[in-house]
Design a protein around this ligand. Structure first.
Ligand code: FAD
Length: 534
């Protein structure tokens, strides 16, 4: 197969135009083409008056070898690399002990799936409920303010990314093409096929829910077992080696190979692991607010007169500003045409996050505008970042009126340092509701100062970004894990054999794709360790 890159076509081009490009690039006739597949489709919107689609195509021809030799000096024509996933091990027929995976978010799903595919029959435990019941609890909280601390946006089947925008981009290096395995599995489970080729794929909440169920069924069919309502409360250790664990209901499970893919919000489990002596370090993360604008403002800024074009969809953005006080402020988890959601897993706290449906056709665009902080801002203890997060989340709960409403403020008022009293054209979408106030007391002064400097700077990149009537809600604290459970080259904890820290909670991922990819790596490491221990 031949990969042709950098094919540029106008937004409304025909299929014939694409086919024509293949023929002219390779200087062949239509009869010599067996099949053409789009490998990647990006958007070049640098010139808003002439927006182009940029293609990378995989073409199977009757003359592959000949053409590759002919164009060997052309950087845009290359042999298509082999991106198929290769299993690193196979369980023996007399598998004595099943590996255990704690957490069934994207990371735990892929640890479980890959182990099951290799024959290791993993036992997977999640503290939350199966996804349909979890959906009722989560939407119930947004509607009725009744929080279930074990079944919510953070906890339950599918993990933190289930009620999300389902963005699937990642910037991690991926020499082994693990991301292709992840995307193929998602498509098999019902994700739209376009995620395989669009440059910024996303899935949206409702599709994610049914995909998670299908992936669960596949793991079970392959010999895995999944238990919900199974919170791990204790770890068994013998001379620095994991030997098993205890669940909240007292059930004990023996295993010498246990992955912890518990996400960034399992604060009680972080504490338990730390108390058990597992080596943990504090790590940097970010805090801030969610900002909302009309999506049409963002579309116009990026696509000009092409705003609203169906191929382009709702525009997204990525912004960063380095402030004079040394802090960096950046946009995070931008959700085009989405809503802001209540994302706490603990009582009497307010945490914001964002989600959307596949269609991304809600009125507002939202993103977190966050300030980077590091352990020097919360010194003293590996878990001090958690106390720092809790303090901000409790302050937001108080400022919101102690009802789970989020405190909110208009951008204009925030910049002028005065409380907001009435809304303008941007209706905040946060459920269950908002309380207009002054947000400046809810984050440390250096964060407020940094965000006040960054918003006008962002306005220079997106006209209207700092408009008076844009809204801020807060607080955004669960941007990534405040800790890192350090691991060595075998992906085991630095000081606890058989414990495989994994995914976002352990500090090795940030987002659905990187968590899933880390899951594949950890499954491979577990399989190799199990085979070695025999
Ligand atoms: P998680 O998904 O957090 O999964 C951890 C699992 O472990 C949970 O199911 C939890 O119930 C379970 N668990 C915790 N403690 C225990 C215990 N003691 N015993 C048993 N089980 C336990 N990322 C993107 O890339 N794109 C997006 O669009 C996006 N949007 C998001 C929107 C929202 C509202 C949220 C909250 C997050 C979003 N993210 C997004 C981030 C993404 O969801 C996470 O990066 C990803 O889910 C991390 O995967 P994980 O498997 O490491 O952990």
């Amino acid at each position: 197969m031949i990969r042709i890159s950098n094919i540029k076509l106008p937004l409304d081009h025909s299929q014939e135009a694409l086919d024509e490009q293949v023929l002219s690039c390779l200087q062949i006739s239509p009869e010599q083409v067996v099949k053409t597949t789009v490998f990647r489709r990006g958007i070049d919107a640098r010139n808003k008056k002439a927006i182009f689609l940029m293609y990378t195509l995989d073409v199977e021809t009757r003359l592959d070898e000949e053409l590759l030799a002919k164009f060997d000096r052309d950087p845009n024509i290359r042999k298509t690399p082999d991106m198929a996933y290769k299993y690193v091990a196979r369980a023996s027929e007399d598998l004595k002990e099943r590996p255990v995976v704690v957490g069934f978010g994207p990371c735990g799903i892929f640890i479980g799936l890959i182990l099951a595919e290799m024959g290791y029959k993993p036992i997977i435990l999640d503290r939350g409920k199966a996804v349909r019941e979890r959906t009722k609890d989560t939407f119930g909280f947004w509607r009725k303010k009744q929080l279930n601390t074990e079944s919510n946006v953070q906890y339950g089947e599918g993990g933190a990314g289930t009620f999300s925008d389902g963005k699937l981009s990642t910037q991690i290096k991926d020499k082994k093409h693990y991301s292709r395995k992840v995307l193929n599995e998602f498509v098999d489970a019902g994700a739209p096929e376009e995620i395989l080729y669009v440059s910024k794929p996303h899935i949206g909440t409702f599709k994610l829910v049914s995909m998670v169920e299908k992936m669960r069924a596949k793991i079970i069919e392959l010999g895995g077992e999944i238990r919900f309502g199974a919170r791990v409360d204790d770890l068994h250790l013998e001379q620095g080696q994991v030997t098993g664990l205890t669940l909240a209901d007292g059930t004990q499970i023996k295993s010498r190979h246990i992955a912890f893919a518990i996400g960034h919000s399992a604060r009680d489990t972080f504490r338990m692991l730390h108390d058990k002596g597992v080596y943990i370090e504090a790590k940097p993360f970010s805090v801030g607010f969610r900002v909302e604008h009309r999506q049409s403002l963002i579309d116009k800024a990026y696509y000009g007169e092409f705003a609203g074009h169906p191929t382009l969809g709702a525009a997204d953005y990525k912004l960063v500003h380095h402030c004079s006080n040394g802090r960096s402020v950046y946009s995070f988890c931008m959700c085009p045409g989405g809503t802001v959601v209540a994302a706490t897993s603990e009582e009497n706290r307010v945490v914001t996050n964002g989600m959307s449906q596949y269609s991304r056709n809600e009125m507002n665009a939202n993103s977190a505008i966050v300030v980077g902080i590091d352990p020097s801002d919360y010194p003293g203890h590996p878990l001090a970042g958690i106390d720092f997060q809790r303090e901000l989340e409790s302050a937001a709960f108080k400022l919101g009126g102690e009802t789970y409403d989020a405190p909110a403020q208009l951008v204009g008022d925030f910049l002028q340092g005065k409380p907001s009293e009435s809304l303008g054209e941007v209706e905040p979408s946060y459920k269950p509701g908002i309380k207009l106030t002054d947000l400046s007391g809810v984050l440390p002064e250096y964060c407020i100062e940094a965000i006040r400097e960054a918003l006008p700077a962002f306005n220079r990149k997106i006209k209207g970004f700092a408009m008076d009537e844009a809204t801020l809600t807060g607080v955004e604290t669960r941007t990534s894990s405040p800790i890192c459970i350090k691991r060595d080259d075998s992906l085991q904890s630095l000081n606890t054999r058989g414990l495989f820290p994994a995914g976002e909670g352990a500090g090795y991922a940030g987002g659905i794709m990187s968590a899933a990819i880390d899951g594949i790596k950890v499954a491979e490491a577990m399989a190799l360790a199990i085979n070695e221990a025999k």
